[in-house]
Design a protein around this ligand. Sequence first.
Ligand SMILES: Cc1cc2nc3c(=O)[nH]c(=O)nc-3n(C[C@H](O)[C@H](O)[C@H](O)COP(=O)(O)OP(=O)(O)OC[C@H]3O[C@@H](n4cnc5c(N)ncnc54)[C@H](O)[C@@H]3O)c2cc1C
Length: 390
Amino acid sequence: MDWSFPPEAEAFRAEFRAWLVEHLTPELLALPMVVGCAPGSPELAALRAWNRELADARYAAISWPEEYGGRGATVIEQLVFTEEMHRSGAPGTVNVIGLSNIAPAIMQYGTEDQKRRFLPRMLRGDDIWCQGFSEPDAGSDLASLSTSAVRDGDHFVVNGQKTWNTLGNLAGWCELLVRTDRDAPKHKGISCLLVDMSLPGVEVRPLTTITGEPEFSELFFTDVRVPVDALLGPEHEGWRVAMTTLSYERAGVASLHLGLRAKIGGLLAEAKRTPARSGGGRTAAQDPVLRQELARLYLQGELLKLVADRAISDAIHGRATGPEGSIAKLVWSETSQHLGEVAADVLGPAADAGPWGRDRVYSRSTTIAGGTTQVNKNILAQRVLGLPRR
Ligand SMILES: Cc1cc2nc3c(=O)[nH]c(=O)nc-3n(C[C@H](O)[C@H](O)[C@H](O)COP(=O)(O)OP(=O)(O)OC[C@H]3O[C@@H](n4cnc5c(N)ncnc54)[C@H](O)[C@@H]3O)c2cc1C
């Protein structure tokens, strides 16, 4: 098989690589991820400034159509872009969820006014967006959501609670799923609103995760008056909008292997220079048990890349995406957790702190976020293996 990219893609790589060399500074490389930033912090301001540089050069969302500030990039160009971002260690944009998940839904269902109003500010990182879907009693079974929006003249009056809201503490806007018809079947009476988080009655309570980062928030809505022009897509048809948003979230798994394989490579290098805790003057990589685990990790990373390549091949040839999203999500999340365990065996207590310690505890969330392991296995059981629903 020939995995080389076409010359146009390599030309794009050279152009983007040169741009990165010119613009990336040591200060930028040292910045934390946006989820680790406090509101109003200098780190967040620096990430926003970097985001604007990317947007001005039309590198903030290259897959977006040109009319919205993207490059209408091909699948291969997107792959090249992601590879170069990983290779250089450049920070990403601040709108992690907005650009990849919410914007495509606005492009598909939004009015011209909504597109003009929201997309440019989202692209430049002027407005950070969050996704208000999950509730205390509606996670995997999202259609059970109960946050309500009742029409009152030219407003909806919103009441309810959302949870696990990534970036909720930094967000100025929220793509909010609400129930607008209590009598309809549960998938039918849902609407999607684009909500200004500064409206009276919106309360954000940050939750600190086990990594010590304020990644999530709980959102409380008490008699929040949201103008009707905030409706995204038709009233009561928010489920379709939500599925569009989630399909983009799942599509992102095609590039997950890049970060994970880099970390596996890093652990292999560490194992070759770290003395084995079993003694005998060996390195960890020479330990007979550990080397099996390291080899297994390496293979899991390579397997993930092959799954991603299959998804990319489908996209290039215009075929509908198959079950690769669920398979990649499963392999990535379980390998992330396995990596943390092997890192602890290789590095000992040193793996409890710093980036290895952070990744190890953070990886617990990977089998939950974006569809749990059990839900993904159900999808594969039904759609690939043809097993009955129960
Ligand atoms: C890092 C992270 C970021 C997140 N960001 C956001 C965000 O920005 N916005 C947002 O709205 N939500 C967000 N979430 C929430 C996420 O979407 C939910 O956690 C997820 O959908 C699971 O829902 P739940 O937590 O309510 O668990 P539940 O759905 O209650 O599941 C509990 C357990 O039951 C199992 N289970 C449930 N249904 C089935 C079934 N049918 N068959 C077999 N087992 C089943 C699950 O696998 C799980 O083990 C985030 C979560 C995480 C971890």
